[in-house]
Design a protein around this ligand. Sequence first.
Ligand SMILES: C[S@@+](CC[C@H](N)C(=O)[O-])C[C@H]1O[C@@H](n2cnc3c(N)ncnc32)[C@H](O)[C@@H]1O
Length: 329
Amino acid sequence: MLPERVFMKIGSSNMLIKGENLVVLKRLALMRRGGAIMNADGAPGVRLIYIDPPFSTGRVFRGAAGISAYDDTRSGGEFIEFMRERLLLLKELLSANGSIYVHLDWKMAHYIKIVMDEVFGRENFLNEIIWSYGGRGAKAMSRQFSRNHDVILLYRMEAHLFNRQFVKKRIPVKEARSMGLKRDPSGAWFKTAPRGDYTDKSIERLDAEGRVYRTRNGRIRIKYFFEEQGGCLLDERLVGDVWDDIPDAMHLAASEKTGYPTQKPEALLERIIGASSNEGDVVLDAFCGSGTTLVVADRLKRRWIGIDKGRLAVETARKRLERNREPCP
Ligand SMILES: C[S@@+](CC[C@H](N)C(=O)[O-])C[C@H]1O[C@@H](n2cnc3c(N)ncnc32)[C@H](O)[C@@H]1O
């Protein structure tokens, strides 16, 4: 059903498609209706959509050696309409338990939020994720705060899958005491947190497991023990909606850099794909650029569909996907 534009096909549903995404999405929507796109649990459609469209920067982007990558010259109402048309089709493609992440920045995120409220329903808006990528010191903008974050809007369909994500921080044991961490008689280090909505029955169970801490004035807190490794405590923290632990693409390892402008870090996609899909699910990126989403999806054993209209983009993505599948020497 898809035209000769399929650039690369690996297995049954992995597709890298070169083309105008409006046209390709219409065809994919027909395939979905015909039951040809299916997730691991049998739910028809795509489990996760991530898109990183042009941001309306007014710029023309070029790759290494000056090769033209793409134009980002749509602005105002034209940009909003461009996004609305595609968001409507993307919604048709999502499975009933799917999620969509739309990556933008300060210029257009607020306008597209309103369009997404209309298309997906305000009640299905889950998060405005702030990706604080660092870099660009205060010098870059002398009479205002420097701009150093992107916005990622997350919406769900009626029900949605969500795997909580954690970051591990290493705390040297010698700093534990000064950070207010405590040690139990066995020598294990722990931190405490309020009991939250634990019922009395749950507290009884936690108490039996040695996980309840009573403050001097009798208040109950829950103990969270640390794993100790090489003189450090491993602190697992739940990821919230401000992501400041993933540096921008300028700081990528040389092995990850493709030279494609506006490439996003694989760590960003690892978090998104890990949170909103399971192995065997279908992940779609309709503005796939250098193929970051596809490479990460492939590595995490998801199936994937990538679309981009640029030759440099699909060539870069194809090479990257092939390299990703090569056996280690
Ligand atoms: C911001 S870049 C994506 C970068 C990508 N996330 C990465 O990590 O490399 C946006 C991409 O959207 C593509 N694009 C823009 N308009 C498109 C359209 N109408 N159809 C298909 N692709 C389009 C551009 O060619 C460009 O590669």
